[in-house]
Write a protein that binds this ligand. Structure first.
Ligand code: BDR
Ligand code: CA
Length: 307
């Protein structure tokens, strides 16, 4: 039985890699991809999502969501992901973009969740604006959400500020709404995403895996140096998908998470460890296994696409 999931995303180089892994995972059934303004503006994140789905030969529906955070002005990360969000990579624009819904992401999410026989897992890998809107506008969806496995936050440190991770920093008010709910959450924050970096050797291994290997390695060659060092790439968003397909790779602790919404520490995820906490914070991983999973995942995608 595949786990039904919705990926909420702001592609984004690491988003593209995570979505690709998600769409080909045997364990997952991606019911919907929803977009949000984040790494770049909503028009670009939506175009990138649609182009990617077409590139991969899938028919997964895509729905455009919030262009701005709930209260703050949008801050982007085009320095990391390029002006388009996918560096210099040019996806072929297919006519018709058949899988783009003309309804708002939140409406589409609502319908998928309410009509699903199995509880749906939400996988937000961008700012949490759409998820907060869903919870507030359609609270009846909560009982059919299995869990939220998100990339965002950090028990320690930050990347957008010394204490705030980018996705939470962009829309801290939305993040507060989500973390304050008693829905089961798994937080793949900087603590785990930095630990599970991919090596240049791993990337070299997948380079030859047809057009998907070529796409991933080209994207990573444009990934900004704040996110990658000379020999490693931090593919933050991929942790959420591997957490769902290979949970045994990860270790963590239960916590409650308070999001700071104002002032100098805005976007900080203050993490209080407690056995009863509804948030599972990923803190450790079998890094070698994660890297092997990266290579084998893209080998499988290649074989499925071109085999
Ligand atoms: C997060 O911010 C974005 O730039 C990435 O796509 C990832 O979701 C990492 O802080
Ligand atoms: Ca992202």
């Amino acid at each position: 039985m595949k786990t039904p999931i919705i990926i909420d995303t702001d592609p984004g180089i690491d988003d593209v890699i995570a979505i690709t892994a998600g769409l080909f995972a045997e364990e997952l059934d991606v019911k919907l991809i929803t977009t949000v303004g984040g790494n770049v503006g909503i028009e670009n994140t939506t175009r990138n999502a649609v182009n990617l789905v077409n590139f991969l030969g899938k028919d997964t529906p895509v729905a455009k969501g919030a262009d701005e955070p709930l209260l703050n002005k949008l801050v982007t990360a085009s320095a990391v992901h390029g002006e388009s969000g996918v560096g210099g990579y040019q996806f072929e624009e297919k006519a018709g973009i058949a899988n783009l819904s003309n309804r708002h992401a939140v409406e589409e999410m609502r319908d998928v969740i309410l009509h699903s026989n199995e509880p749906v897992t939400l996988v937000p890998i961008g700012p949490l604006t759409n998820i907060a809107l869903l919870i507030k506008m359609y609270p009846e969806t909560k009982s059919n959400i299995k869990e939220i496995v998100l990339m965002g936050g950090a028990a320690q440190g930050g990347n957008r500020t010394p204490v705030a991770e980018f996705n939470i920093f962009v829309d801290p008010h939305a993040a507060k709404i989500v973390f304050d709910e008693q829905i089961k959450i798994t937080m793949c924050g900087l603590d785990i995403t930095r630990l599970t970096s991919i090596t240049t050797e791993n990337v070299r291994e997948i380079e030859g895996y047809g057009k998907v290997g070529d796409m991933v390695s080209r994207l990573l060659s444009d990934y900004d140096s704040t996110t990658s060092t000379q020999n490693h790439f931090t593919i933050h968003d991929l942790c959420t998908i591997f957490y769902l397909t290979r949970p045994e790779i990860f270790k963590g602790k239960r916590a409650t998470v308070n999001v700071v919404t104002e002032g100098e520490a805005s976007g900080c995820t203050v993490t209080h460890y407690t056995e009863n906490g509804h948030v599972f914070v990923c803190l450790d991983a079998d890094v070698e296994e994660f890297r092997r999973e990266f290579v084998s995942t893209f080998k499988k995608v290649y074989e499925t696409m071109e085999g």
